[in-house]
Design a protein around this ligand. Structure first.
Ligand code: SAH
Length: 260
């Protein structure tokens, strides 16, 4: 087979021995991979990948590629970040062609920045390949425009991951912005986040959504007013990975959301 697509793939940059490509595999579906990442999967000799990378994405790797899992599995803690970066550096120094594959975009809440810094400090040659971040993919799939003239001029990406509320984003300040907020890693703390947004002045009736496993066969979502959102997500049994979207733009989901 040698059509225009093969030609396009062949024209993309080569992954050299001893180099690391730090790439985003998108939200899950192979349809959201960039051609750069498809090409990298075919070229890599060692692929260090996170828990959110699906089997069908890894299936695009070359037969001889070593696959190294660097995520959390079976409740066991994930390897320390320092171990992952040490591994990347060691593989590169062995002269391997290394692909570091992360979910979504590597520079959005994925600690990709830290890994790139470590590679830079170790003087390893690297390249960053962007990916479709799950926040945008999940909203698109749910029929929620990230920006809509007349509704919002700004969109906020926040992390809801903090174990300690003292480390939370300033939810009250975000509520006062009156602009939609997209929360990554927010499902576990959803009640706390919703309460804090309401306490900060966001109306309880603000439309909100939780979108789980966006773009995959397991995709599921609920749309509810902010004050009922945590109950609705729980009742629907939604599980991680999930995005929380809060703001008037969510209302459009009723009209623009996929019907089938
Ligand atoms: N770099 C990634 C984010 C890593 S943080 C990106 O750009 O998307 C991990 C969080 O991303 C998850 O807790 C969840 O909030 C979100 N996420 C990743 N994939 C997702 C998916 N398919 N559906 C919903 N949320 C997802």
């Amino acid at each position: 087979m040698s059509g225009p697509l093969d030609h396009a793939l062949a024209s993309l940059p080569r992954l050299e021995p001893g180099h690391v490509w730090l790439a985003g595999a998108g939200p899950g579906s192979v349809g959201c991979l960039t051609l750069d990442v498809v090409s990298a999967l075919g070229q890599a000799e060692a692929i260090v990948y996170d828990a959110l990378i699906g089997d069908d994405v890894l299936a695009l790797a070359g037969a001889g590629a070593e696959r190294i899992f660097a995520g959390k599995r079976g409740g066991r803690p994930s390897p320390l970040q320092a171990e992952i970066t040490a591994r990347l550096i060691a593989l590169a120094r062995e002269g391997r062609r290394v692909l570091r594959l992360k979910g979504g975009d590597p520079f959005v809440f994925g600690r990709g920045g830290e890994e790139a810094l470590a590679l830079a400090e170790a003087r390893i040659r690297f390249r960053i390949l962007p990916g479709v971040t799950s926040g945008l993919a999940a909203m698109a799939g749910a029929g929620i425009p990230a920006t809509m003239r007349g509704i919002n001029t700004t969109v906020v990406f926040a992390t809801g991951h903090a174990a300690d509320p003292a480390d939370d984003p300033d939810w009250a300040a975000l509520a006062k912005l009156g602009q939609p907020v997209v929360v990554y890693m927010g499902l576990k703390n959803l009640r706390r986040i919703a309460d804090a947004l309401v306490a900060g002045g966001l109306p309880e009736e603000t439309p909100a959504a939780v979108i789980a496993s966006a773009t995959t066969a397991r995709e599921a979502r609920v749309v509810a007013p902010l004050r009922y959102l945590a109950d609705a997500a729980e009742a629907a049994g939604l599980a991680s990975p999930a995005l929380v979207v809060v703001g008037e733009i969510v209302r459009l989901s009723a009209t623009l959301g996929r019907q089938g």
